[in-house]
Design a protein around this ligand. Sequence first.
Ligand code: PEP
Ligand code: MN
Length: 265
Amino acid sequence: YRHGEASEVIVPTPNGAVAFGEHHPLVVVAGPCSVENEAMIVETARRVKAAGAQFLRGGAFKPRTSPYAFQGHGESALGLLAAAREATGLGIITELMDAADLEIVGEVADVIQIGARNMHNFSLLKKVGAQDKPIVLKRGMSATIEEWLMAAEYLLAAGNPNVILCERGIRTFDNKYARNTLDLSVIPVLRSLTHLPIMIDPSHGTGRSEYVPSMAMAAIAAGTDSLMIEVHPNPKKALSDGPQSLTPERFDRLMQELSVIGKAT
Ligand code: PEP
Ligand code: MN
């Protein structure tokens, strides 16, 4: 069991430092699954900022199930994230899939995301752990809590103490009606086992936009430190994960609903 105080991850952004942790206010990360073009990413950034998000998410390098599906625009999308950062001052969170891209991703990302599919990629974890940017480590879709914490340990052991654990749903015996099973019981469990800040992603956790708000609220009630929510200006036209993406209007309403619950700090 955990020894000592909760750790905090403090991320400098153009709008000021944002702190993740048990004793800090809720942090919200929002944005599209993939960065599609400059207009959509800048518009989404403006909308999620107006609603109260502190970070913009968006994939440049996408880990898609099918090699024939949209793979992300890669390096050019990093430039579009930089434009959105410039326009809004939001911090940027984006996924790193290949250690070869560490330098270019690190130039624009304020936080580097390691995706569920790479949670077990120990050589990638060692390399990301050896650089300075804070890291969001998503739980592998079939990873036990112990495996997840050991993956985090790879980052810490490599020298980077700024790690946030993100639950994004796991595979269970029934994922017919929801894409994954969002394991909200990890919130109190992680609290008892680790000092690291917690993030919940109800978008990948459910796969359906209509289920996202209730799970976001439940996550706050259970004590999460942060949320990651997919938002797209036109979900029906999204190049990836449209069915689970909120419109900016729905996201704005959710943020108002969340503020009623509030976070115990
Ligand atoms: C994502 O955040 O868009 C993503 C691919 O997440 P995960 O790694 O949890 O599937
Ligand atoms: Mn996605």
